[in-house]
Design a protein. Sequence first.
Length: 232
Amino acid sequence: MTSADERIRRRERQVEALLTKIDAQAAEITELKRRLGENSSNSNKPPSTDPPAARAERPDPGPTGKRRGGQPGHKGHRRELLPLSQVTAREDCFPPTCRACEAPLPKTRDEAPLVRQIIDVPEIRPAVTQYDCHHVQRTRTCGVTTCGSPPPGTPPGLLGPRVLALCGLVVADCNVGRRKVRDLLHHLLGIRVSLGALSESEEITNDAVAPAVDEARLHALGERVKHVDATS
């Protein structure tokens, strides 16, 4: 084969590669044009993503003849009042003067007053239990001094079971970092803790729930259908 034939074959291969690349680029351009032409009328995109030009082309539905708000026959949705058993404080509000002549009014109870309920959280103050562990010496016989211990079930660290549960909830369920948990305890509960104390509290919580987790894992391994996905 002469050198001329080799050059011709090399050029043919280059042309085939270029044609293949052009076909791929043409298909990509077609797909990009299709995506640019998508809007809420021809795809599953919400109307809020439409460009200004597509919004201007929307047909004007015109007035429907209906008034604004709920239509006749529509069942309204109002917040139901809590029962009196859940009301923690109740206050009577009487008008001091007449709204027309501004004359003083007596405090007369109304059989059907206008009721408003305001839901709030109570003032949160940490409950601090101090254990004074006294040293007592046996003087008559051995002379050994014994120190008292907190009751069984007392948490080993600084935080009690409710605060431990709160920290575990916001860290594991809400994906909140330790620094934000520290700020939350400070601003919401008035509790000042260090990052080290939070790490210790996580270990205490892990040890407390470990038996239940192991039991659930064994139960899941014995079931044919796990009802979980493949993530960790």
